[in-house]
Ligand binder design. Sequence first.
Ligand SMILES: [Zn+2]
Length: 137
Amino acid sequence: MDELKKLIAQIEALKSPEGGYTKEVLMSLGVPWPPPKGWKRKLIKQAKAMKRERKIFTSLERKAVLESHGSTCYLCQRPIDLKALWHIDHVVPFSKGGDDDMANLRPTHKVCNELKGTTDIRSVQFAAAWNKRAGAQ
Ligand SMILES: [Zn+2]
């Protein structure tokens, strides 16, 4: 994350006294001219993607994550069958800078992980959706 903050500070420091960016500055950053909308966001996203690669977990690592949480899904608290479909979820999302350390990983059912993005896991809607999805699998 520090690298990212540094990059953002670097971009900010390149601003002209008038508060804008000159053509030369943007070209030096590899931004086309005229700069497309959201170029700063894109630049940061690009830097992030280059910096971080998603880890592929080995089956042993997956098993360790599952067992360190009592083979229980951290979203619905129901047991997870090792042979069933389950995911490793990042407590702090990977996209928000969360890392692949054990402390940031939790086992979840596939359904739970997919539902988490759209539904509050404590809600009645979540329970209903869970039952529907789990039944369909
Ligand atoms: Zn679950």
